[in-house]
Structure formats: C-alpha cells, structure tokens
Design a protein around this ligand. Structure first.
Ligand SMILES: Nc1ncnc2c1ncn2[C@@H]1O[C@H](COP(=O)(O)OP(=O)(O)OP(=O)(O)O)[C@@H](O)[C@H]1O
Ligand SMILES: [Mg+2]
Length: 317
C-alpha cells in the first residue's frame, strides 16, 4: 500500500489547510444496527490520519457510544455528555488525542441521552461548532436509526456514507434510510426555497403512489420551472456513498451495483458505490483486543479494501 507518511505530498491540501477553509465532514450512517458503521468510521479515520490529514472522529451514537473501542482507546475522560450538560463550554475541549498520530476523538455521551432526545438547540449548536473544529476531516459515527437528528447530521455533512450488509433486512433498511434522507432533504429545501405550496400542488395532481420523488420534482418544474430547478439542484447535491460490509461472495459485492441502479430508478438519487469490505475474522479479534483493526492486522484483506475505498472517497483514482 502506498500511503504517504506525511502531508508533504499534498501541497494543495496544505495550501487549503492554511487558508482554513477546507475542513470536510463525513457522516457514516445506515438504517440498521450492527452493520459496521463504527468499524468504517474508525478505519476511514485511521486511513486519513495515516495519509497526513488531521482527523477528528466524533461518536454521535449517543447512548451506545463505542467508537473509542474500534479506535483502541479507553473511554475518553470528557464526552459529549459534558458538553450537553454545559460542564464543558467548548466542543474543541472534548477533543482527545489517540495514540495514532493526527487522529483525535470526541466521545459520545455515556449516559442514556439517545440521539432522538437531542434537543434542536443542541443539535444546531453541535452542527455549527463542528465546522470550527481544528481538523482537515471530521468523521461522524451516527449510530442506528432514522430519527430526524440522525438524518440531519447525515444531510448536513459534506459527504454521507452508508454502510449496509449484503442481506435483505439490511438492504431494506438502507433504502428506508435513503428514502427518509430524501424526504427530509425535500422538506428542508421546501422551507429554504419556499416551495411548500408547489410541492403540495404537485402532490395533489397526477402524482400517484407509484411516483418517485424524482417525478415529484419534475412536476414542480412543470408548475414553476425556476423554483423546480432550484429544488432539483438542492436534491442533486445529495450523492451518498455506499459501502457493502461483510461480503463473502461476488454476488454480495454485486449488490452494491444493483442498489445504485435501484436508487436511481425509484428515488432519482445518485448513489455512488464506494466499495466493499470482506467478512474477516480479524475484525472481532481486533475488537476483542481493543486494538484498531488496521494497526493490529496490517496484512488483512480489509486493509486493501479500505485502501480502495478511501482512494475512491478522496477521488484519487
Ligand atoms: N467486515 C467484517 N468482518 C467481520 N466482522 C465484522 C465486519 N464488520 C463488522 N463486523 C462485526 O460486526 C459487529 C458490528 O460492527 P459495528 O459495531 O462497527 O457496527 P455498527 O453499525 O456501528 O453497530 P451499532 O449500530 O450497534 O453501533 C462488530 O463487533 C464486528 O465484530
Ligand atoms: Mg456503532
């Protein structure tokens, strides 16, 4: 694997870093629990930090925080609980370094907060303050579910990444998640562009139960081309990346391509298949040892899987 050891081979990135405008937020989600979101968040964070980027991983699986285990660190002393209860005033003060150079973590709440209960005010504050964190990449481990809060973190990120398993329940949940994201995004665009009445009008005419969200937007374009195009542009910005985890066969790998086609056909959404991760016993072995996978098993096939995915996510291919 050809990972540069430091950032000196990224002059453009360095330039951006010093201008302070290039921080990117990636949110890792997926409808179902146990599909590998924390594994993906932890190891993408490690890949980026090995490439010389300064990374902060945030555990937003409030109530079920375990990202620290995937990164091989003990529960940090300060967690989001301290921020939510105002014990800590600044998000930056929760940033805890890990033994991996360039990589820090903000740990999730350890009490029973639950992301569904996160107040609008707290969510807005975390979203705004995340942008001020001193890092090149901020990765969010979103936890399971499709609550509005989870969807909002996913939508607000610069890049949403979905993890799914190659099995029917997980695939269904992923579609449900994508559909919820789409509806939430339409709702936000509706408020932003004040096209609510147009959407209502489009819903009331011609749109049948079999219509896709793309049909709805086309109908809005017919009613008001200017606003419809704006709405379309807003929704087109949504191109989630998909990772299929725990693949065992070629058929499992191919599920990602089918999901991409189905998303386009039924939701009008461009899903980008970023790659797959093989099922590998080294995952639970590293979890058991509380050591980060990529560091503990540098020769596992998952290392090349992650290498390929990170290159695709960074558009380096
Ligand atoms: N590629 C893989 N090969 C083998 N085991 C895996 C793989 N990916 C994940 N696992 C196993 O699945 C379990 C769940 O993974 P992980 O905790 O990353 O999922 P999650 O989506 O974050 O779950 P939750 O929704 O509960 O937070 C891990 O403990 C790990 O043992
Ligand atoms: Mg998790």
């Amino acid at each position: 694997m050809n990972w540069p050891e430091n950032s000196s081979s990224f002059p453009d990135n360095l330039k951006d870093r010093f201008s302070g405008h290039n921080q990117k937020i990636w949110a890792i989600g997926g409808g179902k629990g146990g599909v590998g979101k924390s594994l993906v968040t932890a190891n993408l964070s490690i890949c980026l930090s090995l490439m010389g980027y300064r990374v902060i991983s945030i555990d937003l699986d409030l109530g079920g925080a375990n990202l620290h285990t995937c990164l091989g660190v003990p529960i940090p002393e300060k967690t989001l609980s301290d921020y939510l209860t105002k014990k800590e005033r600044y998000l930056q003060d929760l940033v805890t370094p890990t033994p991996i150079p360039n990589l820090s973590i903000i740990s999730g709440a350890q009490d029973d907060v639950g992301i569904a209960n996160l107040k609008q005010m707290h969510k807005a504050k975390i979203l705004a303050k995340m942008r001020e964190l001193d890092a090149d990449y901020v990765l969010l481990d979103l936890g399971a579910g499709t609550t509005f809060n989870t969807l909002d973190f996913f939508i607000s990120a610069d890049q949403g990444i979905l993890t799914a398993l190659p099995e029917p329940t997980s695939i269904e949940n992923t579609y449900r998640f994508i559909k919820s994201v789409y509806h939430r995004k339409l709702k936000m665009a509706e408020d932003l562009l004040e096209v609510g009445p147009l959407i209502d009008q489009a819903m009331n005419t011609r749109i049948t139960n079999n219509s896709t969200p793309a049909d709805l937007i086309n109908r809005v374009i017919e009613i008001n081309p200017h606003m419809g195009k704006k709405l379309q542009a807003e929704v087109n910005r949504l191109v989630p990346k998909l990772i299929i985890n725990q693949v065992r066969t070629q058929a499992d790998i191919d599920i990602g391509f089918s999901m991409k086609i189905i998303c386009k056909k039924y939701f009008g959404i461009n899903l980008d298949y970023a790659g797959y991760l093989e099922y590998d016993a080294s995952v639970w072995q590293s979890v058991k040892k509380r050591r980060p996978l990529l560091m503990e098993f540098p020769n596992s096939s998952l290392v090349s899987n992650f290498d390929r995915i990170i290159h695709r996510l960074l558009n380096l291919n």
